[in-house]
Design a protein. Structure first.
Length: 345
């Protein structure tokens, strides 16, 4: 049975995941992880004020990003989505500018906290700090696309843009989640809601948020497709999101995807996770790390070699170094910019 699974996956790769795409995915995982690690160090060195990490979540984010038409479809991310945004086209420099709060930072010109990712030219929409507010906003974007489609307002040969939005499982307890999903389902909107279920909302475990097994089970209440996937498996997530993209783009409505994952680090630079979970639990999950798994898989497939993996490590390290020195040398924004434009500029 296990052998058959491998064969099926190999065939699927032949179609839409050629080796260069798989390696591109691998590099995005690596770059995000190495940037993230550097940010923790910068915080502990006192060079930056705050860091909220995407570690452990990179697998589902890269898988989801590659299933989209990147730069064409809309993405309304949440604070852990560094690997997602790097995969769409943001750069290591963009991420470093944000964490240092320097002039030229693309998300908000450094007026938001770091990890409020946004990039207008890539259709990445910057979110607000209250969790889950992005869900009805993303449904609104999807509504506009559907409206354009129905009323013949899309350009000749233009497809409906799909909107992907992300949030954590704890944030599904917010009313915004219900409103966004219900609206999307009633109006058949081209929306994908990716819940990154890492089992905790800061210190609050899953079973204190819901009495069902996980967020995907909630989909039936909205009359929409709900799928749970191993979020530490890049390719599995890619497949599920790709199907959701096809459903959305062809007018068959929204999908709720639950990616089961884990954050192996504290909630943020200001959290001590030892107060609410055991070290044994964290160590167990580290064995299922999405990057280790993707690496093992690509080595077994003959797509990656140890030598190439080392080259990628070196490339990621120098990209992080370069971005760090660049951002550190940029000035802070002008004071007047603090009360500058909100909707344009
Ligand atoms: C409306 C609102 N309430 C509380 C917070 C504080 N807060 C920030 S992140 C977070 C936990 C969210 O957990 P989850 O949705 O599971 O996402 P995760 O951080 O685990 O990825 C909380 C309570 C907030 N930002 N917004
Ligand atoms: Mg969570």
């Amino acid at each position: 049975m296990a052998d058959q699974t491998v064969i099926i996956r190999r065939r699927q790769h032949d179609e839409d995941l050629p080796p260069e795409t798989l390696l591109d995915m691998y590099y995005k995982l690596l770059l995000s992880r190495r940037l993230d690690e550097r940010m923790w160090v910068l915080h502990r060195q006192g060079k930056v004020a705050f860091h909220i990490s995407g570690m452990g979540h990179e697998g589902c984010q890269v898988g989801a990003a590659f299933a989209l038409r990147r730069g064409y479809d809309y993405v309304h991310p949440y604070y852990r989505d560094m690997a997602l945004c790097l995969s769409i086209g943001m750069t290591a420099r963009d991420m470093m500018l944000a964490i240092y709060g320097r002039k030229g930072e693309p998300s908000s010109g450094a007026r938001q906290m770091p990890a409020h990712f946004g990039y207008k030219a890539l259709n990445i929409v910057s979110g607000s700090s209250p969790v889950a507010t992005q869900v009805p906003q993303a449904a609104g974007i999807a509504f506009a696309e559907r409206y354009k489609k129905i009323n013949g307002l899309l350009k000749e040969g233009e497809d409906m843009r799909v909107t992907l939005t992300c949030l954590g499982e704890g944030s599904t307890s917010q009313g915004d989640f219900y409103e966004g999903l219900n609206w999307a389902s009633v109006f058949n909107l081209p929306l994908i809601v990716l819940v990154q279920n890492n089992l905790y909302a800061i210190s609050v475990p899953l079973d204190r948020q819901m009495s069902v097994g996980g967020p995907a089970e909630r989909a039936c209440a909205y009359g929409m497709t709900g799928i749970a996937v191993d979020g530490n498996d890049v390719i599995a997530t890619y497949r599920v999101v790709k199907e959701a993209v096809e459903r959305a783009r062809s007018g068959q409505g929204p999908t709720l995807v639950e990616a089961k994952t884990y954050r192996p680090v504290p909630h943020s630079s200001d959290d001590d996770d030892r107060s609410y979970r055991s070290r044994e639990e964290v160590e167990e999950w580290k064995k299922k790390d999405p990057i280790l798994r993707m690496k093992a898989y690509l080595l077994a497939e003959g797509v990656l070699t140890e030598a190439l993996a080392e080259e990628y490590e070196e490339k990621a390290r120098s990209e992080v170094d370069e971005a760090n020195s660049f951002a550190e040398q940029q000035p802070y924004p002008d004071v007047e910019w603090g009360v500058g434009p909100v909707f344009a500029g």
